[in-house]
Write a protein that binds this ligand. Structure first.
Ligand SMILES: NC(=O)c1ccc[n+]([C@@H]2O[C@H](COP(=O)([O-])OP(=O)(O)OC[C@H]3O[C@@H](n4cnc5c(N)ncnc54)[C@H](OP(=O)(O)O)[C@@H]3O)[C@@H](O)[C@H]2O)c1
Length: 243
């Protein structure tokens, strides 16, 4: 495995994923995000990690990633994403656009831009989706719809790219302890309250840490006969029947 690209890797699941690939021996792990300082903090942890400040919602961002790639891309992880409350009764159009542009348009732009550089055959794309993509709840319909689109990309791109020998899979986490909730405007107390409230609904009893998710991302990237699959990692919340 020579080159891995992980979007949104200055924090959370993306950060842990970049460190996991570097730990597995990837020669170059290109990490992206908008906050350069957060990327540099992660890059300081492993010499294989290369920070590239790039916004996934722009063509310029995709160009910056493509220019940073030397040779071919073995693994492309679309992890950058935002969660925002979008209740219909108080819909903010700018927020709705942000969710759709980041979570839906972002992976499309970068996949399309990097396609000529994806290893063929042998390349792999892993999308970080969400349980909300197949089990939507109230007040976050834009987010859930954006992740339903990611589920859909997983299947359609898997079929479209199979003739090139490129596989496409997704991981759909439930609740994961990251900065995503603070980025949505919740205070630390509100985040803890939310996690405490959901923990008793999770059959396995706790919200996830980023390191609970990353083994599935690295494994899907390395599984030569698996494509078009969405793996849910949610502590059994789906089978618990509550959202
Ligand atoms: N945490 C959960 O409970 C949970 C559950 C299910 C799914 N997920 C999914 O997991 C993925 C990672 O989220 P996380 O939980 O690890 O949250 P996080 O810590 O907030 O990470 C999200 C990352 O995406 C980056 N990002 C956001 N907008 C971007 C843009 N326009 N261009 C480039 N990078 C951008 C952010 O960096 P910058 O702000 O510096 O750009 C940030 O590093 C997301 O796709 C999320 O939907 C999370």
């Amino acid at each position: 495995m020579e080159t891995v690209v992980v979007t949104g890797a200055g924090t959370g699941i993306g950060r842990a994923t970049a460190l996991a690939f570097a730990g597995l021996g990837a020669a170059n792990v290109i990490i992206t995000g908008r906050r350069k300082e957060r990327l540099e903090e992660v890059a300081a942890l492993h010499p294989a990690i290369v920070p590239v400040a790039a916004d996934v919602t722009t063509a310029a961002g995709a160009d910056a990633v493509a220019e940073a790639v030397r040779g071919q891309v073995d693994v492309l992880v679309h992890n950058a994403g935002i969660f925002r409350f979008t209740p219909l009764a108080a819909l903010d159009l700018a927020t709705a656009r942000d969710v759709l542009e980041t979570n839906v348009l972002g992976p499309v732009l970068l996949t399309s831009r990097l396609l000529p550089q994806l290893r063929s055959p042998g390349g792999a794309i892993v999308l970080v989706s969400s349980r909300g993509g197949h089990n939507p709840g109230p007040s976050s319909s834009l987010y859930s719809a954006s992740k339903a689109a990611v589920h859909s990309f997983t299947r359609s791109w898997a079929a479209e790219l199979a003739p090139l020998g490129i596989r496409v899979n997704a991981v759909a986490p439930g609740f994961v302890r990251t900065e995503a909730y603070a980025a949505n405007g919740l205070s630390p107390e509100q985040v803890e309250g939310l996690f405490a409230g959901v923990a008793h609904k999770i059959p396995l009893g706790r919200v996830a840490e980023p390191e609970d998710i990353t083994p599935w991302i690295t494994q899907l990237a390395a599984s030569p006969l698996v494509t078009g699959q969405v793996v849910t990692v949610d502590g059994g919340l789906d089978i618990g029947g509550e959202s």
